[in-house]
Design a protein around this ligand. Sequence first.
Ligand code: CIR
Length: 255
Amino acid sequence: MTAVAFVRGVSSSFEQCVTARPPDPPLNPELAATQHAQYVAALERGGYQVIAVPVDDDLADSSFIEDTAVVVGTRVLITRPGHPSRRHEVETVAAALTSRFPLHRVRRPAMIDGGDVLKMGSSIFVGRSDRTNEEGILAIAAIAEPLGMSVTSVPVARVLHLKSGVSALDDGTLLWHRDACEREVFDGFEVLEVEGDDPEAANVVRLADGGILVAEHHPETAALVTGKGFTVATTDVSEFARADGGLTCLSIRVR
Ligand code: CIR
């Protein structure tokens, strides 16, 4: 099967993104759009067929498409994002996915952001965070467990999403920053600790060709991942980082 990545271009209202702290200087939609195009090119070089979901200029955060849908095996769960301002993002994404996947829906009071969902082979770790609640985690379990996958709820308190500080290099190896969650959650997996003060340094994208895409502003991560024998590509996503997003947030990947 061809590996596919769904992306959504940058809204002209990008400077209104939800952020923990007001960005200074304000977010720059033009710079973000340039970086987004480079990110898409990096996905394509890494073997993904990229499918663009239509841009919506009223939805500031909509380029963080990962939060709107979770792919579990052959099924897709359309989320109910944890931040109310982001709930309208899902319909256009659902319309783009519906011809390819059976879609499942999450009902109130469940909330899920895809940024909280980390897949490692048949193990799925889901952050219980400000954006994802227990009902949301149960909704993922309801579609994953019948497929033979396990779902583990992971308390997340110091970062926005679980994957703000953890991500997979392959099905058995992950990058982890101490602010994301307890390390013991991943007993049985090889855990590479990312040091330093920025948990997002542990957020990387697995490319379809087995390479790893790393944010250009985290050269220490690139060195760590290269040292483990992975081929590393880099791209500049600094403007998205200022909007509290990482590399994974900008696509929904199906490998
Ligand atoms: C938000 O706060 O929802 C956005 N500004 C950032 C979302 C980042 N998404 C992700 O980590 N999956």
